[in-house]
Write a protein that binds this ligand. Structure first.
Ligand SMILES: *Cc1c(COP(=O)(O)O)cnc(C)c1O
Length: 451
């Protein structure tokens, strides 16, 4: 075991050492290597050592260097050293984090991680949370708590009776709602298109003057961090209105919520800490490994009522005094996600996290300034870590993006923002430096020159 894990560590450190300078998207030849991983199912065993050799030789080169410093695609985040190391040790532990009795360590680390998050994001102290796979499931989980709470209040137990004949719930979303939130709504029986959409302004923020009538049968879904512009819905204005009407406010804060961890950036997200439920991703800006999302719910009983499974004989007698992780998530058995979140927070501390989030935003500003100085058109107000840039006509812009991606120096995807084709860049990796931004700007200029 010692030899196996030591040589695996060596494969991993070799990989990480090459990460900053290899092609960010794998070259065609690297992708062809993947053919070596298939073929018929082995009839007989292979030594673990050989398995790892094969994986390192044929799969590593065809990975995308999204953990590296010049990957700006989607919003992915990298992986902090302490979080990666914690992931390895947790792999050795192989804990089932579903119940306290299956892992006091996992349950405790998750509880501590939750307490720290509530503190550093400024959420109400009573806040409960489920540790789930990502923001999609966190949206699902928060909205399930919303559904439970609103219908409970109307005397309808949705857990036992379902939605057949239930009082109708109005769901209000912004024009710029993320597709994953619509998917969550459809999984919960609300229907992805049976929503009231509120128009947005030119940065994608929900317009308070266009809000429909809210009441105590309404779920208002806000966004902290637009996937294109990074803009925040005006929560400080919207949430008190919703609260007055008795509505439930859910927030999709997959990456933007982390602004609350920085005193400098927190004013952007001010008000969101008052939401009834909030979805976020630790695998994005907290830079822990996949998969790791969190659903915060201000009234933990609403979440517990929605998520705790019914009685089962073999679950009887579990310690009532401990927080039972599976009373807060759709899953029962699952990996111990809280471990890496705990390790990331222990390693960064309050100041380290604030500094990391602020640094990403400064680098996004550097990127935007450099693009503008090169004569390109930055399409959004760069308030956070997101930059959308146009290189001219849609065809021209798409061709520049294609060349940038092919060049391998960096990677960013395409989008359409306010009707214009653009390249979308997200700076969300702890290891990105000013030099990486300069190098990426040079790669973009060269690609644009060639088109
Ligand atoms: C990434 C993202 C999601 C989806 O998160 P997953 O972790 O991929 O499930 C939802 N909303 C926003 C705003 C996002 O950026």
């Amino acid at each position: 075991m010692k030899t196996l894990l030591a040589s695996t560590a060596s494969h991993a450190t070799d990989y990480l050492a090459r990460l900053p300078d290899r092609a960010v998207f794998p070259q065609a030849g690297d992708i062809e290597l993947l053919e070596n991983l298939g073929g018929p199912l082995p009839e007989s065993p292979t030594s673990p050592q050989e398995v790892m050799e094969k994986m390192a030789r044929y799969a590593s080169p065809a990975t995308v260097a999204s953990a590296g410093p010049r990957y700006f695609g989607f919003v992915v985040g990298g992986v902090l050293p302490a979080a990666l190391a914690a992931n390895w040790l947790a792999g050795a532990w192989d804990q089932n984090a579903g119940a306290w009795v299956m892992s006091p360590a996992a349950a405790r680390l998750e509880q501590v991680a939750l307490d720290w998050l509530v503190d550093l994001l400024g959420l109400p102290p009573e806040t409960g949370a489920g540790f789930v796979t990502g923001a999609t499931m966190a949206n699902f989980t928060g909205l399930a708590a919303a559904r439970q709470h609103l219908l409970d209040r109307l005397g309808w137990d949705v857990t036992t009776h379902g939605l057949y004949g239930a009082p109708e719930i109005q769901v209000v979303v912004g024009e710029e709602v993320h597709v994953s939130l619509l998917k969550s709504l459809s999984l919960l029986g609300f229907g992805s298109q049976r929503v009231t959409r509120v128009p947005a302004d030119d940065q994608g923020r929900m317009r308070p003057d266009r809000l429909p009538e809210l009441d105590d049968r309404t779920i208002l879904c806000l966004q902290a961090g637009n996937v294109n512009s990074g803009a925040f819905d005006p929560a400080a204005e919207l949430i008190p209105l919703a609260r007055q009407a008795g509505a439930w406010v859910h927030t999709d804060g997959a990456f933007g919520l982390w602004a609350l961890a920085s005193p400098e950036l927190a004013p952007l997200a001010s008000g969101f800490e008052q939401a009834d439920s909030i979805a976020t991703d630790a695998h994005k800006w907290l830079n822990v490994p996949y998969d790791s999302g969190i659903a915060f719910v201000r009234q933990p009983t609403a979440l517990q009522r929605a998520m705790a499974a019914g009685p089962a004989a073999y679950l009887d007698g579990m310690a009532a005094s401990n927080r039972e992780p599976d009373h807060y998530t759709p899953d029962m058995s699952r990996r111990a996600r809280g471990v890496e979140i705990w390790a990331a927070l222990q390693s960064l501390g309050r100041s380290g996290l604030a500094e990391m989030v602020e640094r990403c935003c400064r680098l996004a500003r550097q990127m935007a300034d450099g693009l503008q100085e090169s004569g390109f058109d930055v399409l959004n107000e760069v308030v956070l870590n997101q930059v959308v840039v146009s290189f001219g006509s849609p065809e021209h812009t798409r061709e520049v993006i294609r060349r940038v991606q092919e060049g391998g120096e960096m990677w960013a995807g395409s989008t359409v923002w306010q009707g214009r084709a653009g390249m979308r860049l997200s700076v969300s990796n702890w290891s990105t430096t000013q030099a990486d931004i300069a190098r990426s700007l040079e790669a973009i200029r060269q690609s644009a020159d060639r088109v």
